[in-house]
Design a protein around this ligand. Structure first.
Ligand code: SF4
Ligand code: SF4
Length: 442
């Protein structure tokens, strides 16, 4: 038995070792098994521990005294009748109580604009007003950030719309923060089209930009058709790929998001190959895929959803195999929040100074204004309400699940397809951790 990842320190401190049970045991409901060459990986989603068992150990794990006792002590095996759900709830409650609430970094998602130079047919901003942040509001935003930050470091995600469509507002905000001596780093969610060599340099040095997320919807013709940029000469795809190279050369991390919609699987495989050929070997360019729910999966027949999930898992694997996949690992700390929406260290700032909690909500479910003294606490609390369904009781993901009721992506609550998608992701992370371990211990 080899230890690939140790237990999370906080959980180890709370749970300690499980006493060895004399009777029958079964595998913990929080354990994910992944077969690998010559053995099996066991990942515990509550303790965070990852073990490698040889084929022989895996086959005899319930019977061989040494292996069995070790797996019991580490919570991978539990006695018949043991109430794991209750134990996980208690552990979670204690872990959340002792987890540090105040982060050293205050996070802001700033919308310099909700306008955009592309016309993606799936955009959540479709039908919403196109607003630009004025200079006056940008100055007020910087003052708000300084007030709210109280000396902590600041991390801004420039979001939109297309943030570069109103680079002026970014200049105003970063200029004011520099005058106030704020320690700033930033990232950007952008289509990447408007960058050029000079703007890349300016963004890195003036906006402290170190990370960019760019969505690619397909190979050249598919991309150009689905993005439908306005006022573009030549191929937008070629320009964006050039800009990815410029950003990478400048030391900015580039994360490429491939939107899988159930009918573009083949094209995205080809895109993955093209990206690997062009950017493979660059440590700061990685790609991942997401399943687009906005395409109405809720109304598709079940077979389609199964197919979409299979395609999703296969594409994740392919990105990994061709050497451009994002190296996601299992979480290494207690999961306190789902996302920005239930995290008090995050706030979104819209072009007119209204405040929100989710980057995908620019009109509804807002929580205040930069001009007010405090936030609408009831609205903030509403964002923290979690989904609970009968399946939670036996669910592998319960120890790390904070699925939010207000999240538009969770409008269906929690379905077996959601859990299957989470299983694919967790399996991918476990395999990545194992590969990393193998590389380091070769
Ligand atoms: S909400 Fe869904 S994923 Fe989360 S614990 Fe419940 S069943 Fe599992
Ligand atoms: S869409 Fe859902 S998961 Fe994403 S930031 Fe909003 S609330 Fe969080």
């Amino acid at each position: 038995m080899q230890k690939i990842l140790p237990q999370l320190r906080a959980i180890a401190g709370i749970c300690g070792k499980q006493g060895v049970a004399p009777g029958r045991c079964h595998l913990s409901q929080y354990c994910l098994r992944v077969a690998v060459e010559g053995g099996e990986l066991l990942y515990h989603n509550m303790t965070g521990e990852l073990l490698l068992l040889s084929a022989e150990e895996a086959a005899g794990m319930f019977g061989r005294a040494g292996v069995r006792d070790e797996l019991v002590a580490r919570w991978f095996l539990v006695p018949e009748g043991f109430d794991e759900y209750r134990h996980a709830r208690q552990t979670r409650d204690v872990a959340l109580l002792i987890a540090p609430q105040e982060s050293q970094t205050a996070h802001f998602v700033v919308f310099p604009t909700t306008d955009c130079n592309a016309r993606c047919f799936y955009c959540y901003e479709l039908g919403r007003p196109r607003r630009n942040m004025s200079d006056a509001v940008a100055h007020d935003v910087a003052a708000f950030i300084v007030r709210r930050t109280a000396g902590r470091d600041v991390r801004i995600n420039w979001f939109g719309g297309e943030p570069l469509y109103n680079a002026r507002a970014i200049d105003v905000i970063t200029g004011d923060l520099a005058v106030d001596g704020v320690s700033l780093t930033s990232q950007m969610t952008t289509n990447g089209y408007l960058f050029d060599e000079e703007l890349v340099r300016h963004a890195r040095d003036g906006w402290a930009l170190d990370d960019v997320q760019i969505t690619l919807d397909g190979t050249e013709s598919v991309y150009n058709r689905s993005k439908a940029f306005v006022g573009v000469e030549g191929s937008a795809y070629r320009r964006v790929l050039r800009n990815i190279g410029l950003l990478s050369d400048a030391g900015v991390d580039v994360s490429l998001r491939l939107n899988l919609n159930g009918s573009n699987e083949r094209d995205l495989w080809q895109l993955a190959d093209e990206l690997a050929e062009r950017f493979g070997g660059r440590e700061n360019v990685t790609a991942y895929t997401v399943l687009l729910r906005d395409f109405g999966f809720g109304s598709m027949p079940h077979e389609s959803r199964h197919r979409a999930l299979a395609a999703y898992g296969a594409l994740q694997g392919h990105l990994h195999d061709v050497g451009i996949g994002r190296p996601w690992l299992p979480r290494r700390s207690v999961k306190v929040n789902q996302c920005m929406a239930d995290n008090d260290n995050w706030i979104t700032i819209l072009p007119d100074g209204r405040l929100g909690k989710c980057e995908h909500e620019s009109e509804d479910k807002l929580v205040g204004r930069i001009y007010d003294d405090g936030l609408d606490e009831e609205a903030v609390r509403a964002w923290k309400r979690v989904v609970r369904v009968p399946e939670c009781e036996g669910c592998l993901f319960f120890p790390s699940c904070n699925r939010l009721r207000e999240c538009a992506w969770h409008a269906e609550g929690c379905t077996e397809y959601d859990r299957e998608e989470m299983r694919i992701n967790l399996r991918h992370r476990v395999l990545t951790a194992y590969e990393q371990y193998c590389r380091e211990h070769r």
